[in-house]
Design a protein around this ligand. Structure first.
Ligand code: NAD
Ligand code: MLT
Length: 310
């Protein structure tokens, strides 16, 4: 039996090559929903990153489709209910970019503490403003990790090496693992008032939507710094904007936004806010890992087997 797979977002060659050893592969990126609807019927498998929106309309037009793979954590851009109804297996690659996202969070935290992006822009403009960019040390500061899963735990290990005091909240926390890592488990109500840096590493679900908002910010330390390299929407950006302008929050580091790209967002205009365009998983290593993982799962499913990360 010969199969055809469509890769509709940029995927590392290592994954595409594995697929090409098994079946015919078309790489067509930047398709609109209508363009995808027109061609999807030819394919047995569809591999995406975050650009392609796999909507109900696309799924309903995909009569042969058996597998949708997302080369990344989460399946936010895939409509699961219609896929499940049609018996299409949806899988992702949740662990392949853990270290990349963790290291990006660390880089954002250090940059935020020392105003590195703002100072870089200033020097490039020909300025030399040493007192303007006074920073704070990470050493001895309390890092509050909200969401103690794969990325949260890797971050705790690295924060320990920086001699930060790490506290964490997760409703499903593995207390033994937290103890091993020297992390103090807290409720959110305990964590918010004691943390100097707060970083969120949860999925965006009903319970975490606007978890950081004007009411929770009010309970935080004045001068807290907030980092989101998880999902836009966990922080209420308007409330964070107001809190920064009021001097309650000293600054924020954002990789993800309520709307991406954040074209109409006022939060990105603040000098105290440092920003990257959803780069958490953007390392060569992570992109190879996730591409290989979804390619292998696709082949398994087309052979009649099951996917590892459904
Ligand atoms: P994970 O599933 O391993 O961990 C998420 C943790 O959040 C789990 O331990 C879960 O129990 C916890 N959680 C669930 N509900 C919660 C709540 N109400 N409050 C606090 N914690 C809660 O996921 P991960 O691989 O560590 O990824 C974390 C986040 O980072 C996800 O949103 C993922 O999509 C995102 N991510 C972003 C990038 C990027 O490019 N910026 C890259 C990779 C992952
Ligand atoms: C992920 O979900 O893996 C990350 O947000 C990165 C991406 O979308 O590629």
């Amino acid at each position: 039996m010969s199969y055809k797979v469509l890769v509709s977002d940029p995927l590392a060659d290592e994954g595409v090559d594995i697929l090409r050893g098994f079946c015919e592969v078309d790489v067509k990126t930047g398709l609109s929903e209508d363009e995808l609807v027109k061609i999807i019927n030819e394919y047995d498998g569809l591999l995406v990153r975050s650009g392609t929106q796999v909507t109900e309309k696309v799924i309903n037009a995909a009569e042969k489709l058996k597998f949708i793979g997302r080369a990344g954590a989460g399946v936010d851009n895939i409509e699961l209910e219609p896929a499940t109804k049609r018996g299409i297996i949806v899988a992702n690659a949740p662990a392949g970019n853990t270290l990349a996202a963790c290291e990006h969070t660390l880089a954002m935290m250090a940059s935020l503490a020392r105003n590195i992006p703002q100072a870089t822009a200033s020097v490039k403009k020909g300025e030399w403003k040493r007192s303007k960019f006074m920073g704070v040390e990470l050493n001895d500061k309390v890092l509050g990790i909200v969401g103690f899963g794969r990325i949260g735990q890797e971050l705790a290990k690295r924060a320990n090496a920086l001699e930060m005091k790490v506290v964490a909240y997760d409703p499903y926390i593995n207390k033994e693992r937290a103890n091993e890592l020297g992390v103090e488990v807290m409720t959110l109500e305990q964590l918010f008032p004691v943390a100097d840096f707060i970083t969120v590493h949860t999925p965006l679900i009903k319970e975490t939507k606007h978890l950081i908002n004007k009411d929770t910010i009010a309970t935080m330390k004045t001068g807290v710094r907030i980092i989101n390299c998880a999902r836009g929407g966990i922080i209420n950006e308007d409330d964070l904007y107001d809190a920064i302008v009021a001097g309650k929050v000293a600054g924020a580091a954002l990789d993800v936004y309520e709307e991406e790209p954040p074209e109409n967002s006022k939060i990105v205009t603040l000098e105290q806010v440092i920003t990257t365009p959803h780069l958490g998983a953007s390392t060569v290593e992570a992109q190879q890992n996730v591409a290989v993982s979804v390619a292998k799962q696709c082949i398994e499913v087309l052979k009649g087997g099951s996917a590892k990360f459904v």
